[in-house]
Ligand binder design. Structure first.
Ligand SMILES: CC(C)(COP(=O)(O)OP(=O)(O)OC[C@H]1O[C@@H](n2cnc3c(N)ncnc32)[C@H](O)[C@@H]1OP(=O)(O)O)[C@@H](O)C(=O)NCCC(=O)NCCS
Length: 145
């Protein structure tokens, strides 16, 4: 795959099996998850960016936003066999620019462990003193004692 031929486009019309493969490669897919929920998940996102190598979906990311003031970038993922070629960075830059071009200036994300330098190169920095929080068992016990 020649990364210079990969194109990034804004669309919520993605093949469900391609998205499942990406989520699986991202480590987020559980076999009990329901693929039929994916079209609604994409349609309900303010912006979805897809990376295509020909007609193959090799990466994606999406933004949850009101379209005016605040936005959250999430689900940034590149197919495992296509990583390390700049595609993930291009997806984040595309989503970041979609937000700022629309006048949205509060653009946040939760960086998975180890990905801070990746996002840092794209203009994101840690919100010092703030703690990301999550409802439910995965969030419990993560606060400092
Ligand atoms: C994170 C991810 C999208 C990056 O995609 P990519 O196409 O490989 O990204 P790029 O080629 O633009 O950039 C790769 C750079 O980011 C770094 N990087 C990316 N993920 C990393 C991680 N988890 N830990 C450490 N470094 C990471 C790479 O080491 C590389 O650095 P280098 O350029 O100095 O060698 C991809 O690794 C992925 O899909 N990971 C699984 C899902 C995930 O963790 N998503 C992020 C959620 S916050």
């Amino acid at each position: 795959m020649d990364p210079s031929l990969v194109r990034i486009e804004r669309t919520s019309d993605l093949p469900v099996d391609g998205v499942v493969r990406l989520y699986r490669d991202g480590g987020w897919w559980h076999e009990e998850d329901d693929p039929s929920a994916i079209p609604a998940l994409l349609a309900g996102s303010w912006c979805v960016a897809a990376a295509w190598a020909g007609d193959e979906l090799v990466g994606m990311g999406r933004v949850i936003s009101d379209g005016i003031s605040d936005a959250y970038i999430q689900d940034i993922v590149v197919r495992a066999d296509c990583r390390g070629r700049g595609i993930g960075g291009r997806i984040v830059a595309f989503l970041r620019d979609a937000c700022t071009d629309s006048g949205i200036l509060w653009v946040g994300l939760i960086a998975e462990p180890g990905t801070q330098p990746f996002y840092g190169r794209l203009g994101f920095g840690a919100l010092e003193g703030y703690v990301p929080m999550l409802l439910g068992p995965r969030g419990v016990g993560k606060e400092p004692a």
